[in-house]
Design a protein around this ligand. Structure first.
Ligand code: FES
Ligand code: FES
Length: 151
């Protein structure tokens, strides 16, 4: 979990998002719908973006899980994609933002220089009630560029 080993016993029906939030205190993964539609709960499971409300905690047994908290550098610096959301006003209330960032990073892993159309397509599973998406797309484009520059 975010680079450290976690041992836990959980009831078989515990959702991954509830385990993250309630047991581990990792509240960056938000619950916006609970029906796998909004993407606010998106985390990485073995490097791929998944909706953690749509998985059981036991399904993550033995896997590498990264949440938004895991993106912060050891010195507390934001990940370039997080900084791009801040710099390009890619958020208002921020509820969708952790999921947006995790989905954006999954996209950049597959396509380091995504077009705006590809960004929109990749974020189809993430809903935002505030921004109108324009600034989110600009933020992801800038974040991808910053990541390329950083190597
Ligand atoms: S809370 Fe998981 S997709 Fe909405
Ligand atoms: S910034 Fe409010 S839901 Fe996206």
């Amino acid at each position: 979990m975010n680079g450290r080993h976690v041992d836990a016993t959980v009831p078989a029906r515990t959702l991954l998002v509830d385990f993250l939030r309630d047991t581990l205190g990792l509240t960056g993964a938000h619950i916006g719908c609970d029906t796998a539609q909004c993407g606010a709960c998106t985390v990485h499971l073995d490097g791929r973006a998944v909706k953690s409300c749509n998985l059981l905690a036991v399904q993550a047994d033995g896997a590498s899980v990264v949440t938004i908290e895991g993106l912060t550098a050891a010195d507390g610096a934001m990940h370039p994609m997080q900084a791009a959301f801040r710099d390009h006003h890619g958020l208002q209330c921020g509820y969708c933002t952790p999921g947006m960032v995790m989905s954006a990073l999954d996209l950049v892993r597959r396509d380091p220089a995504p077009t705006r159309d590809h960004i929109r397509e990749a974020l189809e599973g993430n809903l935002c009630r505030c921004t109108g998406y324009q600034n989110i797309v600009a933020a992801v484009e800038a974040g991808a560029q910053a990541m390329r520059t950083a190597g």
